[in-house]
Design a protein. Structure first.
Length: 199
């Protein structure tokens, strides 16, 4: 890894990979999967070479929506009013962190960190992007594909019946109780959907 000591450029540490960029037009997009319904954080960590300084750091969504901005001259971080219920943006020197309070499908898209700097001869803007894909909860199987959803639920139902009938094969009543409790929970959670699949 080459890290420059002066002149225009930026070294990105997060999101990985670690690399130094000296061409303002060059940027990397990193893929990230987030789970629906959970709080998550996106982090950009970087350093500038000697002689360069940060002017502003801006977090954007899908290029045209500004979520938050840090202004070095004021020492302040501001978040777009309409987005305060979805995001928080914090700045610790050379590290920007975006917190998504509760990930939803609306968060699928491109989050970018734009670093406006001053290097003595100009004000280049350096970019690093994170392409977010939102995944459904594993324990709450989403019914976007009826065939796959019904197949999964019927499998769980049949699995429950099969092991209930074979419970005598377990080495202890304790092991059998644990398995049936787990399977019973799944059966209860998906009973209504199972009935829908049978119609």
């Amino acid at each position: 890894m080459l890290i420059i000591s002066d002149g225009a450029g930026i070294t990105w540490y997060e999101p990985p990979p670690i690399e130094t960029i000296t061409n303002e037009a060059e940027f990397r997009t990193v893929d990230r999967n987030l789970t629906d319904g959970f709080m998550n954080k996106l982090t950009w960590n970087f350093s500038l070479p000697a002689g360069s300084s940060v002017l502003t750091v801006t977090i954007k969504f899908n290029s045209d929506t500004t979520i938050g901005t840090y202004v070095q001259s004021l020492g302040t971080v501001t978040i777009t009013e309409a987005l305060k219920n979805r995001f928080n943006f914090t700045w610790i020197p050379s590290k920007a962190t975006l917190t998504i309070f509760s990930v939803t499908s609306d968060d699928s898209g491109e989050f970018a960190c734009d670093v406006l700097s001053f290097d003595g001869s100009g004000t280049p803007t350096w970019k690093r992007k994170i392409q977010v894909t939102v995944l459904g909860k594993l324990g709450n199987y989403q019914l976007k594909n009826p065939f796959n959803s019904c197949s999964l639920m019927l499998f769980i139902h049949n699995f429950f019946i099969t092991f209930k009938n074979l419970k005598k094969t377990f080495s202890s009543k304790h092991e059998c109780w644990i398995l049936l409790t787990i399977l019973g929970t799944y059966k209860a959670q998906h009973l209504q959907s199972l009935q829908a699949c049978s119609h």
